[in-house]
Design a protein around this ligand. Sequence first.
Ligand SMILES: NC(=O)c1ccc[n+]([C@@H]2O[C@H](COP(=O)([O-])OP(=O)(O)OC[C@H]3O[C@@H](n4cnc5c(N)ncnc54)[C@H](OP(=O)(O)O)[C@@H]3O)[C@@H](O)[C@H]2O)c1
Length: 277
Amino acid sequence: MTLINSLQDTVTLHNGIKMPIFGLGVYKVDDGKTVVESVKTAINHGYRSIDTASFYDNEIGVGQAIKESDIAREDIFVTSKVWNDEQGYESTLQAFERSLKKLDLEYLDLYLIHWPIKDTYKETWRALEKLYTDGRVRAIGVSNFNVNQLQDLLADCNIKPVINQVEFHPHLTQVELRNLCKQENIQLEAWSPLKRGRLLEEPTILKIAKQYQKSAAQVILRWDLQSQVITIPKSITKERIIENADIFDFSLTDEDMESINQLNRNDRSGKDPAIYE
Ligand SMILES: NC(=O)c1ccc[n+]([C@@H]2O[C@H](COP(=O)([O-])OP(=O)(O)OC[C@H]3O[C@@H](n4cnc5c(N)ncnc54)[C@H](OP(=O)(O)O)[C@@H]3O)[C@@H](O)[C@H]2O)c1
């Protein structure tokens, strides 16, 4: 990730595919009007990447919004994920078809294993490899794989994941996992970058925000990008969707970056993937 000058900057994944460094997450966004409006607002304000999942139950609305936008399908990067009870070889192939049908798309840009379900993730991965070699998806990756799970998969796969999408924010900086991903050329992507809104009163972040006349959310999202991590904040609020993307007119100094790094306390808002080991 070199350029971080605009919302539409991309990172080149290890298979050569370009993925926007910034996108909209739609977890817990109701299908129908809410998700359609949120995605359309985001696209109208320059977002070019949408992160959904079969578990979010809003793929229909995401697809509708993409169709109703003025942007060509190939200019929008669409991610979905296979859910835990859909895992296994055949059932993943079927889950992929269901997602594609709901999204009403001909291909996905990125398909991820949502969680590393112990007895099935290798079979699930083989299904993703097939979907990739068959040209149904432009890139395949994982989500919520910790160091052990990622090493286990890497030791036994034909195609290496391009992405690991994990919980990542100033209270959970994933140092060991980031090092492994860097070494393996696997791009890290942050979910819950704002810790679901629970980091917005953090004094260190507020102090930095004041210096740049930015919001706490904007400082955190800028920190993600300067940390070489793709970020996908969720919002259904028009002003926040716009605010979150307005992070390309300032740069954090090395000192700012370090003070935010120091906030790490290995504290999660979601499940610890180790429960699946
Ligand atoms: N792979 C996985 O297992 C996994 C797990 C969780 C999430 N994700 C992905 O990551 C995305 C983001 O994570 P997330 O949705 O958990 O949490 P998040 O993006 O950290 O936070 C979203 C929350 O913050 C609020 N918010 C957003 N921008 C704000 C701003 N500028 N000021 C104040 N509040 C703001 C939102 O409120 P409003 O919407 O009301 O504006 C919402 O309540 C998800 O939507 C999903 O796509 C993936």
